[in-house]
Design a binder for this molecule. Structure first.
Ligand code: CFM
Ligand code: HCA
Length: 541
């Protein structure tokens, strides 16, 4: 049995900063926070700022956030990358967003569409080539829409992808073509790409289909990407409850779902970081309010379902939701009771994206495990401190290069879903609109919250605090495992999942139990590293 490691967070922080030159240490010091409870306040963290050159960051680029994250999971839009083939190849099916091609079978996710830019295109311009590629995609597939994504060189040489897209859209007449200026270098991380994607999806698709949609209790699920089938599990639960999910942004989604999403009556925001812009625009233009939900964790799932039921306020729905929770919980509780004796008291570290480092703490709590250090790659201050604390940060590094689109109420289609009095009554009953908790207030005192953790600090942190499990992405996976610590990818879920909803919670408990209790990690050192005298001599006979 391993004894719990004791540490002083102040020492850990000092140790992490020790190797840096003074200027770097000063900046990092503001991004490494020892969590504390302040009387009426939340500690302030420096977030969403440039990574210092030379540091091996865990972050990705703006193109990844736009093309890979937001548009990647939509199955029937041809996603055409204007750029060198590496950018396309690297984004080809790496995110494990699943899809169900449904009845129409239209599904382009397995393909990688690229203009495959060459040196000559960089020198003489690539617009003609882009035009030809759009034409070829149209002739081959006749899709509903073609989305064009700019990679770094496109911005540097100045190809006008928007004009090309407009021209081709007019030429085809029956295919929506639009473009994203999501050059990789544009923001400080993936986050800028989310914003660019949100703007263009809203401008070019949302609200373009007024054909009435069927179903009661109509919601949109924003910020759920169906990684490892999470969205399938959430949809299963919605169905059971009788809740109609008009559109998921963007797990297992279609063009038409986005186009009709303005007909929903409530927006449920799961990953606030990646999609809050769409939530705000849908509210301003069409009058749909939004609430924060979280389907990671069985308790969190139950809570989110109750929130949705409370919003609609219909007794029939409230009862049905309670019945579903009652039906689903026994299996969850049984799995939880099974693992608890082996997982209680263990420790975790979580460093992922912009919302999971927070959401997954729910699941660990359900297993009796404590998250001793966590942080985001690219979240903004509101994700750390809470949206109700920081309503909306107008000035942030990402926004410098990104146009804020002005959205006005749509005169003919704006429909307030609730009267101001109804909204107020719901707020008073505990349903908070347009707000979410941050990571900081949710974590225990004395834990270390670190923004934009890097390779060096990750290894140091593990060495010093020896967690029972470390959660991050593929770039961190093997360096952490080499330190003898179990590593779980919380981006791709390795090959596992779903982890959302009730069934997902059971999967997660079992998998983490196996990982933190496996003896394989004690064999990480080769026998001759432990006992040098074991090294033998090779003898010729
Ligand atoms: Fe939202 Fe995501 Fe995340 Fe994200 Fe991502 Fe992802 Fe992530 Mo990887 S949208 S912020 S940009 S929950 S791809 S599905 S796992 S870093 S924590
Ligand atoms: C991205 C996608 C990513 C990467 C995951 C990882 C994902 O940021 O471009 O580093 O393992 O979830 O697939 O976040």
């Amino acid at each position: 049995e391993k004894k719990p490691v004791q540490w002083d967070p102040t020492d850990i922080k000092a140790e992490l900063l020790k190797k840096y030159p003074p200027k770097v240490a000063r900046k990092r010091a503001r991004q490494i926070l020892i969590n504390e409870a302040l009387e009426n306040d939340t500690p302030e963290i420096l977030a969403n700022v440039r990574t210092i050159p030379g540091i091996i960051t865990m972050r990705g680029c703006t193109y990844a956030g736009c093309k890979g994250v937001i548009l990647g999971p939509t199955r029937d839009i041809v996603n055409l990358v204007h750029g060198p083939i590496g950018c396309s190849f690297y984004a080809w099916l790496t995110r494990r967003n699943q899809t169900d091609a449904g009845e129409d079978g239209e599904q382009y996710m397995n393909y990688t569409f690229s203009t495959d830019m060459q040196d000559s295109d960089i020198i003489f311009g690539g617009e003609k080539k882009l035009e030809m590629a759009i034409q070829e995609a149209y002739d081959t597939f006749h899709p509903k829409a073609i989305a064009v994504f700019a990679t770094c060189p496109v911005g540097l040489i100045g190809d006008d992808i928007h004009t090309v897209a407009r021209k081709m859209k007019e030429k085809f007449g029956d295919c929506n073509v639009f473009a994203f200026s999501c050059e990789g270098y544009k923001g400080v991380s993936q986050s800028a790409g989310h914003h660019i994607a949100n703007n263009q999806v809203f401008r070019h698709i949302v609200g373009t289909n007024d054909e009435p949609q069927e179903g009661e209790y109509r919601i949109n699920l924003l910020g759920e990407y169906n990684i490892g089938g999470d969205g399938f599990e959430i949809d299963r639960i919605f169905k059971k409850c009788g809740i109609t999910n008009v559109a998921t942004f963007s797990g297992n989604s279609t063009y038409d779902q986005f186009a009709t999403s303005h007909q929903a009556d409530l927006n449920c925001v799961m990953c606030h970081r990646s999609i809050n812009y769409v939530a705000d625009m849908l509210e301003t233009k069409f009058g749909i309010p939004w609430v924060k939900v979280n389907f990671i964790g069985a308790e969190a799932t139950a809570k989110s379902l109750r929130k949705i039921a409370a919003y609609f306020g219909d007794q029939e729905l409230i009862d049905r939701v309670e019945k579903v929770i009652e039906e689903e919980m026994p299996a969850v509780k049984a799995a939880q009771e099974d693992v608890l004796p082996r997982t209680s008291g263990k420790t975790a570290m979580i460093f992922v994206g912009g919302s999971r480092a927070h959401h997954y703490q729910e699941l660990f709590k359900e297993m009796g495990m404590k998250t001793i250090s966590a942080g985001y790659e690219f979240a903004h201050r509101d994700d750390y401190e809470g949206r109700h604390v920081l309503p909306k940060l107008k000035v942030d590094a990402d926004s410098r290069n990104i146009e804020e689109i002005e959205v006005e109420p749509d005169e003919t289609r704006y429909r307030p879903r609730k009267t101001p009095e109804e909204l107020k009554a719901l707020e008073e009953a505990g349903l908070k609109f347009k707000s979410y908790e941050g990571l900081l207030p949710d974590m225990e005192e004395g834990t270390l919250v670190i923004d934009d953790l890097n390779q060096y600090e990750a290894e140091k942190l593990v060495e010093l605090m020896k967690p029972d499990i470390f959660c991050a992405g593929i770039k961190e996976k093997f360096s952490i495992q080499k330190l003898g610590i179990p590593m779980k990818q919380l981006h791709s879920y390795d090959s596992g999942g779903p982890y959302a909803g009730f069934k997902g919670a059971i999967n997660f408990y079992n998998e983490i139990d196996r990982l933190v209790n496996s003896r394989v990690w004690s064999y990480m050192k080769a026998p001759w590293q432990e006992n040098p005298q074991l090294s033998g001599a090779y003898v010729w006979e």
